[in-house]
Unconditional design. Structure first.
Length: 242
């Protein structure tokens, strides 16, 4: 049959091989990733996310990834709840990152144990994450990775979540948060120790703190807000060594 077109079987095989190689070359080069765009990642850099998800910079083929990667192939990333990858044909990948809501960490046996808004310990590290406060004063037992901190009063997690969100809203950089046995709150911002007292009016208190931060810039001392209410506005600042 091939002889009618002046082709031998060997010639047909050669053409088939050339076409196959051409297709392979087209797929491997025409769909090679040249750009990966991330959204939602604040804990990890784009380069770190690329290493976690794809094993290295642009080490992925968009066509192969689209057809042969399933949800089961997703990697576990300590501070990431989930991520979604979409293909912007032919050479771009878009990654939407959903981070876990880390609200603090405790020091335990030389490590920093980070926990989320529900008190679940999500990671253990010797590194300190920027913007995550150290939490002190919690009475806990049996610290287990990926399990809830067994604290005496679980209301502290809700209080801490409110505090962290309010501080983010007003751009207050909190270094440490201390809880006493009655859940009274002490917040440390730089060299300023802020005695917040109970959490009943914490929204109003943090707002007042935000209004005073510029005045306390460069100072060292204690800001007493234990007796603050919207009616009394009782605020006392004592400089250190006074």
């Amino acid at each position: 049959m091939f002889e009618r077109f002046g082709l031998t079987k060997k010639g047909v095989i050669s053409i088939a091989v050339i076409l196959l190689l051409g297709c392979v070359l087209f797929v491997s080069t025409g769909f090679r990733t040249t750009q990966i765009e991330y959204e939602g990642n604040t804990t990890y850099t784009d380069e770190e996310m690329t290493t976690y998800i794809f094993g290295g910079k642009y080490n992925v083929n968009t066509l192969i990834y689209y057809f042969f990667t399933s949800k089961k192939d997703k990697v576990v990333i300590p501070f990431v709840q989930d991520y979604q990858v979409t293909v912007d044909w032919p050479n771009k990948l878009k990654v939407k990152v959903y981070e876990k809501s880390i609200i603090g960490y405790i020091r335990y046996m030389g490590y920093n144990l980070y926990f989320d808004k529900d008190g679940i310990v999500v990671d253990s590290s010797k590194e300190v994450l920027n913007g995550v406060p150290e939490v002190m004063g919690l009475d806990y037992t049996n610290v287990v990775l990926h399990s809830r901190l067994n604290v005496e009063d679980e209301r502290v997690f809700g209080i801490l979540l409110d505090l962290v969100q309010l501080c983010e809203k007003y751009s207050i950089s909190v270094d440490k948060v201390f809880f006493d046995k009655s859940n009274n709150v002490v917040m440390y911002v730089g060299n300023i120790k802020i005695m917040l007292g109970d959490a009943a009016t914490i929204t109003e208190k943090i707002y007042e703190v935000s209004q005073m931060m510029s005045q306390m810039q460069g100072l060292s001392g204690t800001l007493h807000m234990e007796n603050f209410t919207e009616d009394t506005s009782s605020i006392i600042f004592k400089k250190d060594n006074e």
